[in-house]
Ligand binder design. Structure first.
Ligand code: GAR
Length: 201
């Protein structure tokens, strides 16, 4: 079966991108990351993509303003992308954009949705909120992306225990190691496999 062409959109460190790259050929067999797009020219994720010989593009709001999403769409079309993976991509996509890629955009969120999600909940802020609330269990969620921030259909979730004395940084790391880096590659494979089967029909 032909591999599904995947683009990963990033903004920061890119540890989830790395987990996906490392899973290619083992967990991920039905798709291949052929493009990494960053909305931040200084994202370390770009370095990770280059190390893996994956094509990169930098598309910032500063450079493109109102044409930001149009420019992303252009890059996706030029590279014949079939599946978009948001891996720490810190920009909310419009309804116009998400509806064009219905059930073809995945996101990872570092909590058990519907807790600590939606606009304003991203990165460390999610873990700060979980610790302030005093939850004893948190985790990560992979979901499809629609026009509602963190509101699309859930694909996978994994729970992680909060421990006494956790700081947001310590909890973030545990959620990444025990949940995000595990369920994200698995979910990417699941969706790529489904899309591949649909292509064969
Ligand atoms: C990850 O924890 C991811 O779940 C989170 O940002 C971090 C990115 O790290 N995403 C969100 O909060 C999206 N709302 P990474 O760049 O090392 O993958």
């Amino acid at each position: 079966m032909k591999k599904i062409r995947i683009a990963v959109l990033v903004s920061g460190g890119g540890t989830n991108l790395q987990a996906i790259i490392d899973a290619q050929g083992s967990v991920i067999r039905s798709g291949e990351v052929v493009l990494v797009i960053s909305n931040n020219e200084n994202a370390y994720a770009l370095e990770r993509a280059k190390q893996a010989n994956i094509k990169t593009a930098v598309i910032t709001k500063k450079a493109y303003g109102a044409a930001f999403e149009t420019e992303i769409s252009k890059a996706l079309e030029e590279n014949k992308i079939e599946l978009i993976v948001l891996a720490g991509f810190m920009s909310i996509l419009s309804k116009d954009f998400t509806s064009r890629y219905d059930h073809r955009i995945l996101n990872i969120h570092p909590s058990l949705i519907p807790s600590f999600c939606g606009e304003g909940f991203y990165g460390l802020k999610v873990h700060e909120a979980a610790l302030s609330k005093g939850v004893k269990v948190t985790g990560a969620t992979v979901h499809y992306v629609n026009e509602i921030p963190d509101g699309g259909e859930i694909i996978a979730q994994k729970a992680v225990t909060v421990q006494d004395g956790d700081t947001p940084e310590v909890l973030q790391r545990r959620v990444m190691e025990e949940a995000e880096w595990v369920i994200f590659p698995q979910a990417v494979e699941q969706v790529a496999k489904e899309l591949g089967m649909r292509n064969e029909e």
